[in-house]
Design a protein around this ligand. Structure first.
Ligand code: 0GY
Length: 300
């Protein structure tokens, strides 16, 4: 067991990812990644559904530089529940080079939200993946969304494709910009032009406030690394149709991956396949995440 994974019940991240062949443009943002622990300093939540390997901020900064990225958007993982301490610690350390997506409960105070804003949080995450969280009451989520809208934040949602019909109206009614994690986790054994994925495309088509991360081929693929070929048509469809509403991220340190641990360099090499022109790649990696998370300071 590595020193980063004393109690982990899933694989530790690849300690030495390859240098990608594809070089991201200057200012590129890894818009979906996590920091976990270290557990001794930032204990994992009692209600967690998995125990991660420690994924400390210093390792994330090293990965950012190794892959040729400039900034990170750090997403609160369910293993830390609504205790955003490790996220806050990382954001304070990163200064302007990172922004955060927090998890809050309905009883969060205005002062806590203001503090999160000051350290760089710009969104909250609602997780609907049943293996990761207990049931969430939709009316309390709607109330939280209304409060964070007043701060200019957005809402990140994580769900699996088979659950989209159940939550479609709730998602469509959210009052903020909404970012969907990992393309709504399509079942890639089904066709990219079939009815299940079409429902997700319809959500994006009919609701211009809804964005998608075209991330996580390693979680979705049945054909596997290094090319994750079966995921590419899904991601590419979204990038080509909604080029101004897409984000990309590594998902480092890849929580809950039980079958293989991706080489992050190879994940970066998938980008030119899902965003086939330099213009699309610049939107995906720079313009879109900078507009959403850094606002008018985007040219910093
Ligand atoms: C991801 C995916 C997963 C886990 C979490 O917050 C989390 O624990 O998001 C997953 O297991 O699919 O986006 O990191």
């Amino acid at each position: 067991m590595s020193r980063f994974a004393p109690d982990a019940d899933w694989l530790a991240f690849d300690p030495a990812p390859s240098v990608p062949t594809y070089s991201p443009p200057r200012g590129a943002v890894d818009a979906h990644c996590h920091v976990f622990g270290p557990g001794e300093r930032f204990p994992y939540a009692a209600e967690r559904k998995y125990t991660p390997c420690d994924a400390p901020k210093e390792r994330l900064w090293a990965l950012r530089d190794h892959l040729g990225f400039s900034r990170n958007v750090i997403v609160q993982g369910t293993c830390h529940g609504a205790d955003n301490s490790a996220l806050i610690d990382a954001l304070l350390d990163a200064g302007d080079r990172a922004r955060g997506v927090a998890t809050v409960r309905a009883d969060v105070t205005d002062e806590e939200l203001a503090r999160l804003h000051t350290v760089g949080v710009r969104a909250i995450r609602f997780n609907f993946v049943r293996r990761l969280v207990d049931n969430l009451p939709l009316d309390s989520l709607a109330a939280i969304a209304k409060r964070v809208k007043a701060l200019g934040w957005h809402v990140v949602i994580y769900f699996e494709a088979q659950d989209l019909p159940q939550f479609y109206d709730f998602f469509a009614g959210l009052p903020t910009t909404v970012v969907v994690d990992h393309m709504g986790r399509p079942d890639v054994s089904k066709p990219a032009d079939g009815p299940e994925f079409e429902l997700f495309l319809r959500l994006l088509r009919e609701h211009p406030n809804i964005w998608s991360k075209v991330s996580c081929p390693e979680r979705l693929s049945l054909t596997g690394p290094p090319h994750y070929r079966d995921v590419v048509p899904f991601a590419r469809r979204i990038v080509e149709r909604f080029p101004d509403r897409v984000l990309w991220g590594t998902d480092w340190p890849h929580p809950n991956m039980k079958t293989h641990m991706p080489d992050d360099g190879k994940l970066v090499d998938v980008i030119p396949h899902i965003a086939p022109t330099a213009e699309l790649r610049h939107k995906l990696l720079v313009d879109n995440p900078v507009a959403l998370y850094w606002g008018e300071q985007g040219d910093n």
